[in-house]
Design a protein around this ligand. Structure first.
Ligand SMILES: [Zn+2]
Ligand SMILES: [Zn+2]
Length: 278
């Protein structure tokens, strides 16, 4: 099995001189001969951070879109312009219009900017992930995550239309995972399907192997006490060894997780490198 090396290229916080933060997420994954970009941030800091981190985005073999929101897909147009026809893994619903309801009740567009499905097809090999899919070297995508828990929702007021009449269940939401000798590593975008739904589904796809590391956005930013309590209970039951909640997890949920799991939690600002033996 290949060793995994993952660098945080875009995150809401920045960890060292010369790196910039934005509301968004992007991880550079090196796994054997594969170079994979998991999400692309909004696109405002991706290329500068990559340059600073000596990451050559033009060499990317595969780009994963965890879902269609702008803070994960905004950098895709830059990546496709600079790379040589990489594979792009996405659920088709990521290309559909997406809105969030503002406090005044109006809808604001938060879908994929700049690119249509046709644009992406022109510059890449687009692969739909409507079921679990292997990206390469054992790195897997969940595809749509079954929503089984009774305490998790998408974590926000998300809609498919500007009038905010049609709810958006974010069926495009997916996570990546890799089985290693220590256990499974799970990489989340926003976990709009629910972080516990996602982890349970990964376990059903891996013959119940233990989950070792969880990194990414958990979208608990609007979670109430009941959801937070039950999420903590489930993390305890799952016995996750490394926990790197970031991006849209939300300050209250991050504080709670650090309080409950002080030995397991780690920060992962832009610039963080995570290495896991294969
Ligand atoms: Zn999102
Ligand atoms: Zn997000």
């Amino acid at each position: 099995m290949s060793n995994l090396r993952m660098t945080v290229v875009v995150e809401n916080t920045a960890g060292r001189l010369g790196l910039l933060a934005e509301h968004g997420l992007s991880f550079w994954i090196e796994l054997g001969s594969q170079k994979v970009l998991f999400d692309t941030g909004q696109g405002k800091v991706l290329s500068g951070n990559a340059h600073r981190l000596a990451i050559r985005l033009e060499l990317v073999d595969a780009v994963i879109l965890s879902h269609g929101h702008y803070d994960h897909t905004g950098g895709l147009s830059y990546v496709l312009r600079s790379a040589r026809r990489p594979r792009v893994y996405s659920h088709p619903a990521a290309f559909e219009p997406k809105y969030a309801r503002s406090a005044d009740g109006s809808g604001r567009g938060i879908g994929m900017p700049f690119l249509s499905e046709g644009d992406v097809r022109e510059q890449s090999e687009l692969i739909w992930t409507e079921a679990p899919t292997e990206v390469g070297e054992g790195l897997m995508l969940t595809g749509p995550v079954p929503r089984r828990t009774d305490f998790e929702d998408t974590g926000g007021a998300f809609f498919a239309d500007k009038d905010c009449a049609q709810p958006d269940d974010l069926v495009d939401d997916q996570a990546a995972f890799l089985e290693t000798s220590a256990g499974t590593v799970v990489i989340l975008g926003c976990a709009h399907a629910g972080v516990i739904n996602t982890l349970r589904y990964v376990q059903t796809l891996t013959k119940d192997r233990p989950i070792h590391t969880v990194i990414g956005g958990m979208h608990l930013v609007s979670a109430g006490p009941e959801r937070l309590n039950r999420t903590v209970d489930e993390f305890r039951r799952l016995n996750v060894r490394r926990l790197l909640p970031c991006h849209c997890t939300g300050p209250a949920a991050v504080a709670r997780l650090w309080h409950e799991f002080p030995a397991e939690c780690e920060a992962c600002p832009t610039g963080t490198v995570i290495e896991v033996e294969g």
